[in-house]
Design a protein around this ligand. Sequence first.
Ligand SMILES: NC(=O)c1ccc[n+]([C@@H]2O[C@H](COP(=O)([O-])OP(=O)(O)OC[C@H]3O[C@@H](n4cnc5c(N)ncnc54)[C@H](O)[C@@H]3O)[C@@H](O)[C@H]2O)c1
Length: 376
Amino acid sequence: MIIGVPKEIKNNENRVALTPAGVAEFKKSGHDVYVQATAGLGSGITDAEYVHAGATILPTIEDVYEIAEMIVKVKEPIASEYALIKPNQLLFTYFHFASSQELTHAMLESGAICLAYETVEKTDRSLPLLVPMSEVAGRMAVQEGAKYLEKPMGGRGILLGGVAGVKPANVLVLGGGIVGTQSAKMAAGLGANVTIVDISLPRLRYLEDIMPANVDTVISNEYNIRQLVQTTDLIIGGVLIPGAKAPSLITRDMLSLMRPGTVMVDVAIDQGGCFETSHATTHENPTFVVEGIVHYCVANMPGAVPYTSTLALTNATLPYAIQLANKGWKKACRENEELKKGLNVVQGKTVYKGVADAWELPLTPVDDVLGKVIVA
Ligand SMILES: NC(=O)c1ccc[n+]([C@@H]2O[C@H](COP(=O)([O-])OP(=O)(O)OC[C@H]3O[C@@H](n4cnc5c(N)ncnc54)[C@H](O)[C@@H]3O)[C@@H](O)[C@H]2O)c1
């Protein structure tokens, strides 16, 4: 198969969908890889490294879309790319269709096969291509929180780990999933006193077993959160209710209970945020202050560490991409339920319920397109 890797053109996106190691894997399986010039530079990968691994460099994005049977990307195509996408071309990337009607219609009209990273799903219902970015964001949340707790950055001026004779900071982690676990581990490693709250007792039991002694667990309810925020220095929001807006666990009136300079990092901002006073920010202007409380609400946190994020993402996507290239999308999806769940839009039909529901589109059973379509 001919694989194309365009350069990401979404604002401030420095990740790339394939590393030289990925190119080498495709080549080993007999595929050809075309990479757009400078596609990897934002992640520290040069064109020469891609060439050394066996890729061919093409000068423009048009060249890449023109030649490729499968496009591997990071972010959803933006408007200027819509016209480049060809009928029956396979696109393997993040789409997040339920948040863009325009994108959904553009992809339906393109006639392409859109396999979305975010809906590839394992039998235990985990989302293997979202996990790496949650790991990055969870770890980063502590780094960012520590930075904004410094006085010149607007924070209380407290060091997470304290020093001999001075107590460490208190960190409250809302949600003990992937983000929360990584945040708790990092904060505990720096010496902070950490409390994780979650609604799932089995999850809290597990965390209680594996976390170090400076991490406590508390069941999530409004009463407990109201108590905890009064002595917390850094709050990290990592809750998720799949398919729904995040619940507002920190309400506006709770801000007055907190100490001025408390920092809140709302990692769940991409699902609407879990603090009532949150609104999405960017890496250029990541924070704002409400009632003396510093809010950090960047919706694409992993974008700030593209080197780590690219490697973490491609480690997870490559095995799936190789299956798609080796077998063709139909056979690969028939033989792998995880990949099949990734199919969202196929040759003008919506085959994923969440997308059909979001935009009131007719839903075609995914097995229909796998059974009938002949293009491989
Ligand atoms: N801002 C970013 O750049 C960025 C990057 C990656 C992930 N995220 C987002 O971070 C959020 C968390 O992702 P994740 O992978 O950790 O999800 P996850 O499903 O692994 O964990 C979510 C946890 O929240 C818990 N939860 C649900 N309702 C709760 C409540 N009322 N109180 C306490 N806990 C509750 C669940 O029990 C679960 O343990 C998601 O919204 C995800 O999209 C954002």
